[in-house]
Design a protein around this ligand. Structure first.
Ligand code: HEC
Length: 120
């Protein structure tokens, strides 16, 4: 009996290490406007597939604000640091941007979002 409890605990721990699952719940408030696939469908925001390493304003099918387009023209690329700053306060980073979503003040939620949006 004790063996099975230890074995089960070990399997749970091993599975957790292997899969490194992101907390997908963090992305729930974003889903009204964003998808994580290349096809954004009818969402009001750009798709966010493979975001880390992608140029700012990088969804070719989306009509971005002048603020984000000029960031792209300057050569801005989404790094983890840039994304964390953007999520903390989008308007401070790109004044005049169009994302109607509140700043994410909670560091834990930003970490979860970085995991969902870019892996690790
Ligand atoms: C109400 C709709 C809405 C919600 C909710 C929303 N966004 Fe956005 N998001 C937008 C729009 C619109 C843009 C484009 C902004 C612009 O062009 O200035 C955008 C842009 C972005 C970009 C830049 C994309 C690029 O291609 O450069 C990121 C990253 C982003 N959102 C992440 C998030 C995350 C993470 C959440 C959830 C915490 C979220 N958004 C919630 C509408 C939304």
């Amino acid at each position: 009996m004790r063996f099975w409890i230890v074995a089960a605990a070990f399997m749970v721990a091993a599975g957790g290490v292997r899969a490194q699952p992101c907390n997908m719940a963090a992305f729930e408030p974003c889903q009204a406007c964003h998808v994580l696939t290349r096809d954004a469908g009818q969402k009001p925001g750009p798709q966010l597939a493979g975001l880390i390493g992608r140029p700012v304003a990088g969804d070719p099918a989306f009509d971005y604000s002048p603020a984000l387009r000029s960031a792209r023209d300057k050569g801005d690329v989404w790094t983890r640091e840039r994304l964390e700053d953007f999520l903390t306060d989008p308007e401070a980073m790109y004044p005049g941007q169009w994302m109607g979503s509140p700043p994410i003040r909670d560091a834990r939620q930003r970490t979860d979002l970085l995991c969902v949006l870019g892996g690790r």
